[in-house]
Every structure is written in structure tokens, then in C-alpha cells.
Unconditional design. Structure first.
Length: 223
């Protein structure tokens, strides 16, 4: 994946990945959280996908809505703007990714992210609780990032959801979409006018979190 500038109102050629989450279908089972953790082998305390609870209405007419929150994969990502070493960047397919070899662990991006979607890897593992946990490396960090030296674990760097770029490379959906028991998640190409996500983002129910910040998230929600 290469770096790219995403201009307002125009997308690069090729697939432009986006996710739509139907909040009326989400049952709050946390299967997305578990699937993501198993797929990306995240260490203790780090979850790329969490399910938040939003209380809506005025007492006594209130209700609680489950709001899954992956990384928003913003088109105008604040995390990219503050990274002093260009370790975080916007890829050609619209995903926001991290080059672990470049990341110096300054954590500016964690502070800049208005969605709380980034975590710092302190090197903790489940090795004392789970036999063979360290025998398999997380696939997202096993991808070839070029000739910048040999592979190393991402300890001391920042981690985040990337829409499972290692799965996208093989024509698969992100793990959270594949395992959603309520079929609440949709994933596809915004550049394809016939794709399900292209049609859903035009739905009157569609909205994005904190749109007033101008981050232009690639994750949409259906009320």
C-alpha cells in the first residue's frame, strides 16, 4: 500500500473501502470485539473493535443503543496530520494504516484521534494464561512493508483497526463483518455505485460520528 492524498469530493481510482453499521440490527453481543481480537491477536487491554452504549431520549422515555466503534478510517485523519515521522498514513484504498517500522511511539496520534480508536502496545501478552499464544504472530504485522529491516513485534508502537488489510488482500471481509450474528455490518467499495455500501450511505438513516469535526469517516451508521 502506498500513501495518497485524498482530495475533497474526489476519490482515487480503485477500491475505496467503507463500512456501514445498522444500529437497528446490532444486538450488542460483542462478537465483533471477540472476532477482531482473535484475528489480530491483540494483547491484553487492546481491542480494535468495541461496542459502546448510547442512552437516547429523556427520562422516562429512554432507550439504549449499541454503537460498535472500529477505527473510522477518516478521509481527513487528524492522526496522520500529527505524526512526526509519517508512520501513520492514508493508503490508496482509503484505509488509515501504521508502518510499525517507522512508528517511534510518541503517541501524538492517540491524543489526536477524536474516536479513541488507537492503543499503545506496552508489550503485555497472554503467554502466562494461554499455551502457545506467542507461537503465532498477528497477521497485520506479518505483512511485507518493504526493505526497512527485519520484522519485529510492534511493542512500543501504536496499534489500531485497519479494516483487516491482510484479509482484504485475499479478497476477504474484515473479521468483524464476517462474524456479526445480526448481519449489522456491511463492507464494500464506495467507488462501485452498485455496491451495498454505496447505496446504504445514501440512505436517509445514514450518519457518521462527530461529523462536525470534518474528519470525514469511512464508517457510516444507520439510525
Amino acid at each position: 500500500m502506498t500513501k495518497t492524498d485524498v482530495s475533497i469530493g474526489k476519490r482515487p481510482d480503485g477500491p475505496q473501502w467503507a463500512m456501514v453499521i445498522d444500529l437497528q440490527k446490532c444486538v450488542g453481543c460483542d462478537s465483533c470485539t471477540v472476532a477482531c481480537k482473535a484475528e489480530n491477536r491483540t494483547p491484553p487491554g487492546i481491542s480494535y473493535n468495541v461496542v459502546l452504549e448510547d442512552e437516547q431520549g429523556t427520562f422516562p422515555n429512554v432507550r439504549r443503543v449499541n454503537v460498535p466503534r472500529p477505527c473510522m478510517q477518516c478521509d481527513e485523519p487528524p492522526c496522520v496530520a500529527v505524526c512526526p515521522v509519517n508512520a501513520t498514513y492514508k493508503a490508496d484504498d482509503g484505509t488509515v494504516v501504521i508502518d510499525a517500522d517507522r512508528c517511534i511511539g510518541c503517541r501524538y496520534c492517540i491524543t489526536a484521534c477524536p474516536y479513541g480508536a488507537r492503543s499503545f502496545d506496552f508489550g503485555e501478552t497472554y503467554s502466562d494464561e494461554m499455551q502457545g499464544y506467542d507461537d503465532v504472530q498477528s497477521p497485520e504485522w506479518g505483512v511485507d512493508r518493504g526493505a526497512r529491516g527485519s520484522y519485529k513485534p510492534p511493542v512500543g508502537t501504536v496499534r489500531k483497526c485497519t479494516f483487516c488489510v491482510h484479509r482484504l488482500a485475499h479478497g476477504e471481509e474484515p473479521a468483524c463483518c464476517e462474524t456479526c450474528i445480526g448481519d449489522a455490518r456491511y463492507f464494500g467499495d464506495l467507488n462501485d455505485p452498485n455496491s451495498k455500501v454505496s447505496k446504504l450511505v445514501a440512505d436517509p438513516r445514514a450518519y457518521r460520528l462527530k461529523e462536525e469535526l470534518g474528519t470525514k469517516p469511512r464508517v457510516y451508521y444507520l439510525r
